[in-house]
Design a protein around this ligand. Structure first.
Ligand code: GLN
Length: 264
């Protein structure tokens, strides 16, 4: 078979499995594969709707290259909006800021912030030890290990009052009943614990926002990722927790994606 015929067959295989961006996915697979047998294997996995990030084992996020496994949520480009929002409000970029990221997963948000704030140090908290192992590898992979600490915890439980300049989170926020309607890549392959926000998707925000308020220093900033229809409800919870200057930022697709505010 010619190169073109082989490519057409692989693309056909992906398309008949319902993959929209078949040509894009194949390009990534061809770049990563050692030989045709390896491509065959990767295409077959993708046709079974395994996420491309799990097949390749990594995913670019911000300027970083991150290791990704089924133990962590695959970083989404939408989440870069959260990083941008924090940086926009960060003021003096060379300050010795203390940052924490709750439900850090792959470490994506924390590591992106540390890469832009050269004197900041960060804490990434997650309930999952296997996620933290990936986050630590990602810190080393990107040369940020000296400024990043990752530890297990239940959200902000172990963090002292008034101790942080910046607190961020991309918590699980999808309504439980919606998860089974999502694409198979998400529904069958990503950690449910990173997605499931309870009956109304708001479960975590209710306790997390008061906790973020507690651990921030005065003038400290919080930013959380939200679902496209949660801006009003999450802003109201942020206000009730005491935050001021509450704002919503939209992602590149135009959807509300981040709620942020500061402690007075
Ligand atoms: N944005 C993710 C998705 O739709 C959800 C991430 C989350 O719940 N924090 O797949």
């Amino acid at each position: 078979m010619t190169d073109a015929a082989r490519k057409a067959r692989w693309i056909g295989q992906l398309k008949s499995a319902g993959i929209g961006e078949a040509a894009v996915d194949l390009r990534h697979i061809l770049l990563a594969a050692a030989d045709d047998a390896h491509v065959d294997d990767m295409v077959a996995r993708r046709a079974r709707r395994e996420p491309l990030s799990h097949i390749l084992g990594d995913k670019p996020f911000w300027t970083l290259d991150l290791k990704v496994t089924p133990d962590v949520l695959t970083p989404r480009s939408d989440t870069e909006t959260l990083v941008e929002t924090v940086l926009k409000h960060a003021g003096d970029k060379s300050a010795a800021l203390e940052i924490a990221d709750f439900g850090t997963g792959s470490g994506a948000i924390l590591l992106a912030l540390l890469s832009e704030l050269p004197n900041a140090s960060g804490l990434g908290v997650d309930i999952s030890e296997s996620a933290l192992a990936i986050a630590r590898e990602n810190a080393f992979r990107n040369g940020l290990e000296a400024r990043a600490v990752f530890r297990t915890g239940n959200w902000a439980d172990s963090v002292e009052d008034n101790s942080l300049d910046i607190a961020v989170s991309n918590p699980p926020y999808i309504t439980s009943a919606v998860i089974d309607t999502l694409e198979p890549e998400v529904r069958d392959h990503e950690p449910r614990i990173a997605l499931d926000g309870g009956d109304d998707g708001m479960y975590v925000y209710r306790f997390l926002l008061p906790e973020l308020f507690r651990i921030l220093k005065p003038y400290g900033r919080m930013a959380v990722e939200i679902g496209y229809d949660q801006a009003e409800a999450v802003s109201a919870l942020a206000g009730a927790a005491g935050f001021a200057d509450i704002a919503t930022t939209r992602d590149l697709g135009g959807q509300p994606r981040v709620v942020s505010g500061h402690k007075p």
